[in-house]
Design a protein around this ligand. Structure first.
Ligand code: HEM
Length: 400
């Protein structure tokens, strides 16, 4: 007899391991098709899985009773590390988002486009003559790092040094090496601390400069503390760098292996914004978000209790055949691609989504103008890491 928990079949699928590229989507699809709701017992707290598009979308709207006290169903303890605005809920969250939103709104992001293009072109030109690169290690992380510094009004010339620290930090977190992670984090926090103090001494226009705005902002007449401002800076780094690197990795792994899709965007670059949306749908790397239930509730027949952990299955929703026809196919003309949930939903929807879209668009445009033909180095076995999907390496080659 199938094992059940509160009426849900129990899944033992571990979503945290290393595996050949794209294999996590196979596991996610299989779980979604097994039952509408599952209970997964691979973590100490366990979690109830919402997996179909309509349920996941509705789940993101339950923010009054499901909070980010748990942000990741598979790593519930990660919430011990403070993140802002993620950790706030209700009115305090709305108020902080209001301060941050102006720097991430479409118009603000559009103003960054000339700079985004120029930096992208410089980085591509630097590596073009070599005829090869590790796309993930040399380009896909360097570019968002420079953009992140520019967004905070910090010098892009610090990019290389900053990248060393953030690489060390991510690497140590993944390797489960807390003392190395703490050391790397200390260097990053010192850098932010100096930048914030510099703005306190020499404020710039708070309409244009995010750090100056954070320094001057009041929430219910209270200033943000130095710690809160530093946490916001660290959060933007944690939320914006690895995600964009991974998105670029999956997109380029796809384009290097699908000549017709690559040719289509070379022949007609105006397709690129639609291609970006379809890539975000097809390769969602934040494949789940977690929430903690604050009061008992019947959610479409699923009996939830206070303290339960809920999994909002982003990737399962994006690949749900009930919503998207032939969901495993890349279809640049897909009419509803932009209804994907790759950036989440509800009040915690990704703060950086317009910036991410801009970065992906600019890279696809500028790269294909300069390096239209490329391939994955022969003999490469592409692997991905679970938790939040990412590739550590994507060796590409092209003729020079
Ligand atoms: C392709 C790239 C990206 C993807 C797929 C992505 C995905 C997501 C998702 C799914 C969430 C919602 C999590 C939840 O509901 O618990 C989120 C939240 C967030 N993202 Fe992104 N993200 C990307 C890029 C960025 C960038 C570039 C930044 C900023 C520089 C950023 C900053 C944030 C922040 C601050 C939050 C928390 C929002 C809140 O709680 O109010 N993200 N992101």
């Amino acid at each position: 007899m199938t094992e059940t928990r509160r009426g849900c079949p129990v899944s033992h699928t571990d979503y945290t391991g290393h595996a050949p590229i794209l294999s996590h989507y196979g596991l996610l699809d299989a779980d979604r098709e097994e039952a509408r709701f599952l209970y997964n017992d691979t973590t100490e707290r366990g979690f109830f899985m919402l997996q179909r598009y309509d349920d996941v979308q509705e789940g993101f709207q339950q923010h009054e009773t499901w909070t980010t006290a748990v942000r990741s169903a598979i790593r519930p303890d990660s919430s011990n590390e403070a993140l802002l605005p993620q950790d706030l809920n209700g009115q305090p969250h709305v108020k902080l988002r209001r301060i941050l939103n102006q720097f991430f709104a479409p118009a603000a992001v559009r103003r960054m486009e000339p700079m985004a293009k120029q930096r992208c072109i410089e980085l591509i030109e630097e590596m073009k003559a070599s005829g090869s690169c590790d796309f993930v290690k040399e380009f896909a992380i360097r570019y968002p790092t420079d953009m992140f510094l520019a967004l905070l009004g910090l010098p892009v010339s610090d990019g290389e040094q900053f990248l060393e620290w953030s690489d060390d930090y991510f690497g140590a977190l993944l390797a489960g090496d807390p003392s190395r992670a703490e050391a790397a984090k200390a260097s990053i926090m010192k850098y932010f601390d100096e930048a914030v103090n510099e703005r306190r001494a020499n404020p710039r226009d708070p309409k244009e400069d995010m750090v100056s705005r954070l320094v001057q902002a009041r929430i219910d007449e209270e200033e943000l503390t130095q710690d809160e401002i530093l946490t916001i800076c660290l959060t933007l780094m944690l939320a914006g760098l690895d995600t964009t690197r991974s998105a670029l990795g999956y997109i380029y792994a796809h384009l290097a292996q699908h000549d017709a899709d690559r040719q289509a965007i070379i022949d007609d670059p105006t397709l690129i914004p639609k291609a970006v949306e379809e890539f975000l749908r097809l390769y969602p790397l934040v494949f789940q978000a977690g929430r903690e239930v604050q009061e008992p509730q019947d959610f479409n027949g699923l009996e939830l209790e206070k303290g339960d952990v809920v999994w909002l299955g982003i990737a399962q929703a994006n690949r749900d055949p009930r919503k998207f026809e032939n969901p495993d196919r890349f279809d640049v003309a897909r009419h509803n691609a932009n209804q994907h949930l790759a950036f989440g939903g509800g009040p915690h929807r990704c703060l950086g989504m317009h910036l991410a879209r801009l970065e992906l668009k600019v890279v696809l445009e500028e790269w294909h103008q300069r390096i239209p033909e490329y391939r994955i180095k022969e003999g490469t076995e592409l692997m991905e890491r679970g938790v939040q999907l990412s590739m550590s390496s994507l060796p590409l080659e092209w003729d020079v």
